[in-house]
Write a protein of this length. Structure first.
Length: 77
């Protein structure tokens, strides 16, 4: 069975591959990512490419580094 993988912020969802359902999700702010062949929704999500799951990981690391640097500067003075 085919599923559409849609994404909103960092949340992924697998929905049946029907245009009407996809349009409803897009109206709620989700964006289309890819089409996956899978048995069910959880299987479709597990087959999603890792770079889609971790798209904002660089943002977390860089902001953590900035916070750590600022706290070191504040406490050393």
């Amino acid at each position: 069975m085919k599923f559409y993988i849609v994404k909103k912020d960092s949340r992924l969802a697998a929905i049946p591959a029907q245009e009407s359902i996809l349009n409803e999700y897009q109206d709620r702010g989700f964006k289309f990512v890819e089409v996956i062949n899978a048995c069910d929704e959880s299987d479709a999500l597990s087959r999603t490419k890792p770079e889609i799951k971790r798209a904002n990981k660089w943002l977390i690391w860089s902001s953590s580094l900035v916070i750590l640097t600022l706290s070191i500067i504040i406490f050393c003075n």
